[in-house]
Design a protein around this ligand. Structure first.
Ligand code: ADP
Length: 476
């Protein structure tokens, strides 16, 4: 207090270095391979912030988050710009070309962090948590951050960080008017910890979700929306032979072996196949066309054979072949020896299938015309079902399905949402609902018990997804 190191009137002869500025305004620019949890800025900006490479900075976008700062490449310097890892950018809710503020973070080692699994899927195992903990080592996190991480052998899953110890503020999404920098109210005043750094000893916990502890939900016909009469056809075609093979025997007719589902991505082809298998208690096998060609290169045919053998042994079975066009392209056009052999193998396996309807093959494609016509002959994929982009009514049904388990506020108008979403397929509508739920969740973050890293029951009960949440999700 006695010393005068602050510079007031611009003339400060004793200052040899540039003064450290508390906050800098930077423009968000695209960056490639920025590195997990990192942000790249000009080293001279780093110096102005009083930071060194590897330090943690807070990024104040429409939401505040933390990142590890690293120097930008030579060519990107001198532009007061920041490049962020995509997850960091998502957590800072900032878009390319927008301005954000940065400052050096007050960080502390994380003793514990608590995650809320957002997507369904298999229950989180202790080994998954250990994997996530290792994955996060060296990275800063804040309460309200979204994490996307794939545990070994699973598709990436999303988690929301709902608690840290010591606690960081719960950074929520600020509304942002165009051209204006958001006013971030809780950017960690005083000695408060703004972000915690995950270290090898950090304990990572998951809060169980709902009553079934995050166990995968059994899927059923009620999970498919917008198909109207098509669903009835699908059931007749697939369910009858799987469930009542004797009917076909008695009538002396050949049960269908293969059904082709075609339509744009995200219209529910995979979902339908899964539901049919679940509803008929059939074993479900999935073959991915491009994967079997590329990943099992040289073993594609033996791989196909073993799936068919397994399916017969574990009948009743459903074999779902996704992107079958990759596996069975028009032979005349590709002329490739490999493809020819694989198509040949698939046809031979289907022709040789003596399952009396107990093994059904469902093929899915976005481009039915790219298929080898031989696979659509009688006795093979001889039935087809077209899936279309849902209409207004279909979208309503699908929105209802995906918001079914969620607590919706009274003002949520599904019909209006369906009206606002022309061209959305089932997968788009599902992610809209998920996004809206995320926004709602972030709104209640301030009421979470961060010390214990858990959402109190009353908060969960009062947590509603509002129409405004859906509208915000639509804008993202
Ligand atoms: P496709 O196989 O046609 O690309 P998916 O079945 O993988 O599409 O769809 C992805 C997700 O989108 C599904 O798991 C489901 O949650 C949602 N979805 C897609 N279509 C529908 C639908 N008709 N009804 C309800 N949900 C749907």
């Amino acid at each position: 207090s006695g010393e005068t190191t602050t510079q007031t009137n611009g003339s400060a002869p004793e200052a040899s270095k540039e003064p450290v500025e508390e906050r800098l305004q930077l423009v968000v620019v695209e960056g490639f391979q920025v590195g997990r949890g990192a942000a790249r800025i000009d080293p001279s900006d780093m110096a102005r912030l009083g930071c060194q490479s590897g330090d943690i900075i807070m990024i104040e976008g429409a939401r505040t988050t933390a990142a590890k700062v690293v120097p930008s490449a030579m060519v990107d310097r001198g532009q007061q710009a920041i490049q962020m890892d995509s997850q960091v950018r998502q957590n800072s809710a900032s878009g390319l070309g927008e301005h954000i503020r940065v400052h050096k973070a007050k960080v502390s080692t994380a003793e514990k962090i608590t995650l809320l699994p957002l997507s369904g899927g298999a229950p989180i195992q202790e080994s998954d948590l250990q994997y996530i903990a290792r994955y996060l080592v060296g990275l800063p996190v804040t309460v309200g951050d979204l994490l996307r991480v794939g545990t070994p052998g699973t598709a990436p899953r999303e988690f929301l960080i709902i608690g840290t110890n010591p606690a960081t503020p719960a950074y929520t999404l600020q509304s942002r008017k165009t051209g204006e920098l958001p006013i971030v109210e809780n950017h960690g005043q005083g000695s408060e910890v703004e972000a915690v750094l995950v270290q090898p000893g950090t304990v990572v916990r998951a809060q169980a979700r709902g009553a079934n502890n995050g166990a995968p939900k059994r899927v059923g016909y009620e999970d498919i929306g917008g198909l109207g009469k098509e669903l009835q056809r699908i059931r007749e075609m697939l369910e009858l032979p799987l469930k009542y093979p004797a009917v076909f025997d008695r009538l002396g007719v050949e049960p269908p072996k293969g059904v082709l589902l075609y339509g744009p991505p995200g219209t529910g082809k995979t979902l339908i196949a899964r539901v049919v298998a679940a509803e008929t208690k059939a074993t479900f096998f999935i073959i991915n066309g491009p994967e079997i060609i590329n990943k099992f290169y040289g073993e594609s045919e033996s791989r196909l054979r073993s799936v068919f053998q397994e399916a017969q042994r574990k009948a009743p079975s459903v074999i779902f072949i996704d992107e079958i066009d990759a596996l069975a392209p028009k032979r005349a056009e590709t002329g490739g020896e490999v493809e020819r052999r694989i198509v040949g193998q698939l046809l031979a396996l289907m022709d040789g299938l003596e399952s009396r309807g107990q093994v059904v093959i469902i093929g899915a494609t976005n481009q039915p015309n790219a298929l080898d016509p031989a696979i659509r002959r009688p006795g093979r994929f001889d039935r087809e079902i077209a899936l279309r982009v849902p209409d207004m009514h279909g979208r309503m049904e699908i929105l209802q399905i995906h918001s079914h388990d969620a607590a919706l506020a009274n003002d949520v108008d599904i019909q209006r949402l369906a009206h606002l979403t022309p061209g959305f397929v089932g997968a788009d509508l599902e992610s809209l609902c998920r996004e809206a739920a995320m926004i709602a969740l972030r709104r209640v973050l301030p009421y979470i018990d961060y010390q214990r890293g858990y959402i109190p029951y009353e908060t969960l009960v009062n947590l509603n997804i509002t129409m405004a949440d859906f509208q915000a999700a639509l804008r993202e």
